[in-house]
Design a protein around this ligand. Structure first.
Ligand SMILES: C[S@@+](CC[C@H](N)C(=O)[O-])C[C@H]1O[C@@H](n2cnc3c(N)ncnc32)[C@H](O)[C@@H]1O
Length: 276
C-alpha cells in the first residue's frame, strides 16, 4: 500500500509547511490545475492525492528537475535501481563519490535524473545552484546517513503522477500560462524577490529579477482578464504588493525550508495574493 506522495527533492522555497494555509485559500471549485513554478511540487502532490478528476499541468524552467519528474513518472523501476547504485557507491567513499558525480555529465535520461536526486539528497542544505556555465556547484553536505533512496515515496510519487496523468514540461512561466482556460486555477510560486538579502533566486543559470517580476504581474493580469483563478506566493515587500492593486493580499507566517543563513530559518512573513 503506497503512502501519500511528498516532494522527492528538498527545494528552496518548498511549500510543505504552508500547505494548510494554501489549502484553505483554494477556490471552492475550479477546472484544471496549473503550477508553472513547480519546484518540489508540494501543492501539486496534495492536489493529485485529493483524487479529483481534473487536468494537471506542471512546469518549471529547471531542465534537470523536470527530467527527474518525468523519469520518476515513467521509469520508476530503473530510477530506483540507479539510485540504489548511487547509494552503495556513496557509502563506500562519500566525499570522493559525491564530487565524481557532481563533475560528471551523464547522457542517459535515468542517469541524469538519478544524479539530480542523489546530489539533492547529499549536497549542502539540498540547494540547487549552478554557475554561469550551468554546472552544479554546491559542496557536499554534512549528513551521517542521508536518505538517498526513499523507495516508498518515489513509488508513491510515480503512481500519483501517473494516476493524475500530470503533464510535466520544461518551459518558462510565460509559455505555461497560455494553456490556462477560464475557470482554471493557476498557482504561481516564483523565486522570491530578495527582501533583506536572504531571498534565493537562482534555481537555474538565470536569476529571477525585477523584469521577471514585472512579466509575472503582467501574466497575472492576463490570466485575470481571461477568467482564470490566480493564487500567487511572494515575499512580503512593497514592490510586490504595489504590482497587484485590487487583489486580495494576505500576510502569512512561514519558515524558510532552505536558507544559507541558519538564523534565517526561524519565521518570516510572506504574501499570498489572489484574484478571487
Ligand atoms: C520557489 S520555487 C517553487 C517551490 C515549489 N512551490 C515547492 O513547493 O517546492 C521556484 C521555482 O521556479 C523555477 N523558475 C525560475 N524561473 C522560472 C521561470 N522563468 N519560469 C518557470 N519556472 C522558473 C525554479 O526552477 C524553481 O523550481
Amino acid at each position: 500500500m503506497l503512502g501519500a506522495p511528498r516532494p522527492f527533492v528538498k527545494w528552496a522555497g518548498g511549500k510543505r509547511q504552508l500547505l494548510p494555509v494554501l489549502q484553505e485559500s483554494l477556490p471552492g471549485s475550479f477546472g484544471a490545475y496549473h503550477e508553472p513554478f513547480l519546484g518540489g511540487g508540494a501543492l501539486l502532490f496534495q492536489m493529485v492525492s485529493a483524487g479529483h478528476r481534473r487536468r494537471f499541468l506542471a512546469s518549471d524552467l529547471n531542465r534537470d528537475l523536470v527530467d527527474a519528474y518525468v523519469a520518476i513518472r515513467d521509469r520508476i523501476d530503473e530510477m530506483v535501481r540507479s539510485l540504489e547504485a548511487h547509494d552503495g557507491a556513496y557509502r563506500d567513499d562519500p566525499c570522493g563519490y559525491y564530487y565524481r558525480v557532481r563533475d560528471a555529465s551523464p547522457r542517459g535520461a535515468i542517469a541524469r535524473a538519478s544524479r539530480l536526486v542523489f546530489l539533492n539528497r547529499t549536497c549542502f542544505n539540498g540547494l540547487y545552484r549552478v554557475n554561469s556555465r550551468g554546472r552544479f556547484n554546491v559542496p557536499l553536505g554534512r549528513y551521517a546517513n542521508p536518505a538517498i533512496v526513499n523507495e516508498g515515496n518515489l513509488r508513491a510519487v510515480s503512481a500519483a503522477l501517473r494516476a493524475g496523468q500530470v503533464d510535466i514540461r520544461c518551459r518558462d512561466f510565460g509559455a505555461a500560462i497560455k494553456d490556462a482556460r477560464p475557470g482554471d486555477l493557476v498557482y504561481l510560486d516564483p523565486p522570491y524577490q530578495p527582501v533583506d538579502g536572504t531571498g534565493f533566486t537562482s534555481y537555474t543559470s538565470r536569476d529571477f529579477g525585477m523584469d521577471d517580476l514585472g512579466r509575472l504581474a503582467e501574466a497575472c493580469r492576463e490570466l485575470d482578464g481571461r477568467g482564470c483563478l490566480v493564487m500567487l506566493s511572494n515575499s512580503d515587500s512593497r514592490e510586490v504588493s504595489r504590482l497587484f492593486p485590487g487583489w486580495r493580499i494576505r500576510r502569512v507566517r512561514a519558515r524558510r525550508a532552505i536558507n544559507s543563513d541558519s538564523g534565517g530559518r526561524s519565521g518570516h512573513r510572506e504574501l499570498l495574493i489572489r484574484n478571487y
